[in-house]
Design a protein around this ligand. Structure first.
Ligand SMILES: [Zn+2]
Length: 161
């Protein structure tokens, strides 16, 4: 799984559908693919990338000696070759082979095996339920203050264009 994919994935739990938080990425095996720099592609992607999410994930998993990404998107990023190259490397060359993504809201874990993320909603095991019911209580109180009730949400899928 590349970081571009992580960037657009969100928790599939219906309770997290509204303003879903970024999934926390943890990797146990990372590789770097030798993908040829595609300037046109990365220029097109700039405005669609959630940069803070990318940066957090990249800093978490990038091997030593990886290009450094600046804390914020620089001014005029579309013509900043150095930035474009680092960004391309981050989203298209880093491959998460093994690891997991965790939803910071409901604590569900989505495993990544053989570089494929498994986003199927599965029953939570007891440990997860204990963990997340605590969080849910807190979330619920906050939500109640904001706006009466939580809406039903149709379960499915993120588009991955
Ligand atoms: Zn969630």
């Amino acid at each position: 799984m590349k970081l571009i994919t992580h960037n657009i994935l969100t928790c599939v739990d219906p309770r997290c559908k509204k303003e879903p938080p970024s999934l926390t990425l943890a990797a146990t095996k990372v590789s770097v693919e030798d993908s040829k720099f595609d300037e046109a592609f990365i220029v097109r992607m700039i405005d669609r990338i959630d940069y803070p999410t990318l940066l957090t994930a990249y800093r978490e998993v990038a091997p030593k000696d990886s290009p450094v990404l600046p804390p914020e998107v620089p001014k005029e990023p579309h013509t900043n070759k150095e930035f474009l190259k680092a960004l391309y490397y981050a989203v298209c060359c880093i491959v998460i082979e093994e690891g997991e993504m965790i939803c910071p809201r409901c604590a569900r874990s989505y495993p990544i095996r053989g570089s494929i993320p498994n986003m199927i909603l599965r029953p939570m095991d007891e440990e997860e339920i204990k963990h997340s019911s605590k969080r849910m209580k807190v979330d619920k109180e906050e939500a109640d203050e904001e706006e009466g009730e939580s809406k039903e949400s149709d379960n499915d899928e993120k588009k991955m264009d």
